[in-house]
Design a protein. Structure first.
Lengths: 496, 413
């Protein structure tokens, strides 16, 4: 409005400058402005203020909405799936209020499973969460329906909704994206992943090579060997080290074969007749050959056990070698079954049993694990190799001896704990409420089963002075478990 | 505490909510909530007020109302509720008994009016100084420049004007086009000051508006004695802000039968509960008494009952921006220095045009969505590109949504 612009211009420079000319004013305002000009006894500031006040009121009263008829329609497609129930939406709001990504993930998974959708009003806040937590994205996309797809196109920050073909992302993506693509491809099609990497290898810089090689750890296998062996001639030391680390994890690689050869010469099962041939005396002979190929020390085997170690240098080298070869090697070497091999080591070379266990974990030999479970020693790596009741039993056994390490291992499991272990662990945790605090349960609530809820209220700290702190943590845990229970209930999940 | 297992017994009546919570002691804690004017009492030893038992009980009732059977209050609850009612009655009686020294009161009123007049004279000089020198250098003024004048207004017992001066100084001078907003506010201040100088010559209702905006208080007990407007009111918006030690809560209400809007303000000391606890989307059967005004808007709640749910709500909405413009013209003619008021408008669609968001009506007329509005994505997600009925606050061509009707429910955004 021209008259208002003129008022602002005068205001900027002061009333010594000309005020809007009456001729420039709308007819209705001009009449009043004339009357103001004609009033005696008004100074120029007052005249300005009075005219400005009239124009201000005229401007507000004369507002005409702006009309635009040709804006293109931009509507979301109708949904084909139902929205979640009001109960489920209520629980989601409580979870968002609690800012717990674990529970949010659980809620989203349940929503996906039941084929339902997020209510539209929560889409932006859930998108923001998924923006930061990539792990939520897949479920968010699935639960957002057509409204979510439509909404995501309006905000460039939510472009992760548009799924780019893996191959295109591999060619054009950021190094983090490419590494993720390679990992996921390795899971299902390891050979194809290797082929992709070989195609671009020469164009990658050293840092990129290192990251991509790390991704190749997933499903590493004998087919990778020829190419990996070739990488030992790479220029970059870090790339060479990473390639060597990969080779050491694949049975049949040159370095593993070298270790096996040395072990063949160093460790043997000796059976001798005793008591005039009535019994057989068995022993494991451990002795390195007089000359050891120095190259094995360059491949990561330490030569010296260290000044304070009680283990001899020789035994230390053998220990590392046993850890580095597939346990199946001993089936040929000792001409025995896995259970016999474990027994031989327990009986005749007990110091080497942990090395054998390391090898079982390193080469993922799940069939060997049961032969170690009866031992008093706890092997943390075996926890993830076990499943269901066996895993729970193993953890329960370890919990009594070393609660904190067992819990540290248990939180690395991806599946929910069994109720028995969860309650036992919580009983221990109550005695360390500063370590197992609100933040701890916020992070790991996905592991604690809803079945523990009825027991949690009765769990107290053995130390009276720690009870108030534990009380606060316990209340938080109860709240989280209630939300978890309500989530499952809202989607009629069987797991209650 | 919001867990049913914690509560040995529980119940609800029109006046109160109660329950017995099993704590660490042998006897359960007796927790009670006055639902009339929210207040808590609990037999637990907690120093926190309200305690977790009171809050937990309310939360449980809100989450799972079916768990609370309507029943007569047990003695321990009715005793407390009766005592509170007696206390309230005594307070009213005491206030009524208070003898008023009319002469002294008149003298006090006169003295205050003189002080206000003197303050306004000073304010006029200050406003004229600003327009004489021009506002080009106004952004360079130090906070003391605004604070000094605000303090003068406080000394002149014109706290409303003091707030307006502070608000003028709080203009965002970094924004493009700050000059227009600044002059708007300056002219409002001028209109009020000049209006007060001529108060004898104007309409009595407008006189009340001027007095209220300057800072004269209205006796709320006298207001409460008036008949008021009875209606079913929908709470369409609620906002709180802190000012020094006070929390100021604005509740916007819409009367379904009378098609009228009201603003209920509550002032509480920080951390305390306001006497009325409204939330957007809530329906009340209530009687409101408007403050005397040329444009009745601010009101007090005389009495109310919360209604759980209303089906098939019939709201007389504005049909579009043209109608809003006409309505605002009427409002401006009645009260030229009015504040922003809420409006319920039918079929508005958020659209993106010329790098900003607008609200488009069914006639393709557009008004801007205020740049300070933060829930734009939620609004768009709810709309899905379809028109929705919406409650907005603003003026001229800029508004911010405060709520929408979505799937037959009102949702604050």
């Amino acid at each position: 409005m021209k008259a208002w612009e003129s008022i602002i211009n005068t205001a900027m420079l002061g009333t010594d400058k000309p005020t809007p000319a009456i001729a420039d004013l709308p007819e209705e305002v001009a009449l009043i402005a004339n009357a103001i000009e004609a009033s005696a006894g008004l100074d120029k500031e007052e005249r300005y203020l009075q005219k400005a006040a009239v124009i201000y009121n005229y401007r507000q009263s004369g507002f005409i909405p702006f009309q635009k008829n040709d804006l293109p329609a931009n509507k979301a497609l109708a949904e084909t799936k139902p929205y979640c129930s009001p109960e489920a939406a209520g629980v989601l709001n409580a979870i968002l209020g609690e800012e717990n990504d674990q529970l949010l993930q659980l809620w989203l998974m349940q929503c996906c499973k039941s084929g339902q959708l997020l209510m539209p009003d929560v889409l932006p806040v859930v998108f923001e969460k998924a923006q930061k937590e990539m792990v939520l994205r897949k479920a968010v996309i699935e639960c957002s329906g057509n409204r979510g797809v439509w909404l995501s196109k309006m905000n460039p920050a939510w472009n992760w909704f548009t799924t780019i073909a893996d191959e295109e992302l591999w060619q054009m993506g950021t190094s983090a994206q490419r590494s993720e693509i390679l990992k996921s491809l390795r899971l299902n099609e390891p050979a194809k992943a290797l082929e992709w990497l070989q195609q671009t290898w020469e164009q990658e810089n050293a840092a990129g090579k290192l990251e991509l090689l790390k991704a190749m750890k997933v499903n590493s296998n004998a087919n990778d060997l020829p190419w990996l062996e070739g990488l030992l001639n790479e220029k970059g030391q870090k790339v060479k080290d990473e390639a060597l680390a990969l080779l050491k994890s694949i049975s049949g690689s040159s370095v593993v074969k070298q270790y096996q050869q040395l072990l063949r010469e160093s460790v043997s099962l000796k059976k001798e007749k005793a008591l005039l041939g009535l019994t057989t005396k068995t022993s494991i002979q451990i002795k390195l050959p007089a000359v050891v190929d120095e190259s094995i020390y360059k491949s990561g085997i330490e030569k010296l056990s260290g000044p304070k170690s009680t283990v001899t240098d020789e035994n230390y080298v053998i220990y590392q070698l046993i850890s580095s070869v597939p346990p199946a090697f001993w089936e040929d070497q000792f001409e025995a079954t896995p259970i016999q091999i474990v027994e031989y080591f327990e009986k005749y070379a007990p110091a080497m049993v942990p090395a054998l266990a390391n090898a079982v974990a390193k080469f993922g030999q799940k069939n060997w694990v049961p032969f170690f479970l009866g031992q008093s020693m706890f092997y943390p790596d075996f926890v993830e190799m076990l499943s269901g009741r066996e895993q729970e039993k193993y953890l329960l056994k370890a919990l009594g001896n070393d609660p904190q390490n067992t819990i540290a291992q248990a939180i690395r499991i991806s599946d929910e704990w069994g109720t028995e272990f969860a309650v036992s662990a919580l009983l221990k945790m109550a005695n360390w409420p500063y370590e197992y605090n609100r933040g701890f349960f916020t992070r790991y609530i996905s592991l604690v089963p809803v079945g523990a809820l009825k027991h949690v209220e009765n769990i107290t700290s053995q130390q009276v002075n720690l009870q108030p702190t534990w009380d606060k943590t316990r209340n938080h845990l109860i709240n989280l478990l209630n939300l978890k229970q309500q989530t499952l209930k809202a989607f009629n999940a069987k797991k209650l | 505490m919001a867990n049913p297992a914690k509560w040995v017994s529980k119940g609800i009546s029109e006046e109160a909510l109660w329950g017995e919570c099993q704590g660490s002691g042998s006897k359960p804690y007796q927790t009670q909530v006055d639902l009339g004017a929210i207040a808590f009492k609990c037999s637990c030893p907690s120093r926190k007020f309200p305690c977790k038992h009171g809050l937990g009980l309310m939360l449980l009732c809100a989450r799972e109302p079916d768990l609370f059977a309507k029943s007569t209050m047990p003695a321990w609850v009715s005793d407390w509720i009766n005592k509170r009612a007696e206390k309230e009655e005594k307070k009213v009686e005491k206030a009524a008994e208070k003898s008023v020294d009319e002469n002294a009161q008149a003298k006090r009123v006169q003295a205050r009016e003189q002080k206000v007049s003197a303050g306004i004279a000073e304010l006029m000089v200050w406003i004229k100084d600003i327009v004489r020198g021009g506002i080009l250098t106004i952004p360079e003024k130090t906070p003391a420049y605004w604070d000094n004048m605000a303090r003068r207004m406080v000394d002149a017992q014109a706290s409303g004007l003091a707030g307006m001066v502070r608000n003028l100084g709080a203009t965002n001078f970094w924004n493009d086009g700050w000059q227009s907003g600044f002059i708007d506010k300056l002219l409002q201040l001028y209109l009020i000051a000049e209006g007060y100088n001529n108060i004898q010559n104007i309409d009595p209702d407008l006189q009340q508006d001027l007095r209220t905006v300057i800072g004269f208080t209205t006796n709320q007990e006298e207001l409460r004695a008036q008949t008021g407007v009875s209606d079913t009111w929908l709470v369409i918006g609620k906002e709180s802000r802190d000012e020094q030690q006070l929390t100021i809560e604005q509740n916007w209400l819409y009367g379904l039968k009378t098609n009228s809007y009201a603003l209920v303000l509550q002032f509480t000391v920080k951390g305390q509960f306001p006497p009325l606890n409204f939330s957007p989307g809530m329906y009340l059967d209530a009687t409101l008494v408007y403050f005397p005004s040329a444009l009745p808007y601010r009101a007090i709640v005389k009495d109310y009952n919360i209604i759980r749910q209303i089906d098939n709500v019939n709201i007389k909405t504005f049909t579009g921006w043209q109608q809003v413009a006409g309505y605002e013209t009427i409002l401006n003619s009645r009260l030229p220095f009015r504040s922003e008021m809420p409006l319920v408008i039918a079929s508005l669609t958020p659209v993106f045009y010329q790098k900003q968001w607008w609200l488009q009506d069914s006639e393709s007329c557009l008004c801007k969505i205020s740049a300070s509005y933060t829930n734009i994505w939620q609004l768009i997600a709810i709309s899905g590109g379809d028109p929705v009925n919406m409650a907005v606050i603003g003026r001229e061509n800029e508004y911010r949504p405060i709520g929408v009707w979505h799937q037959n429910n009102y949702k604050s955004i």
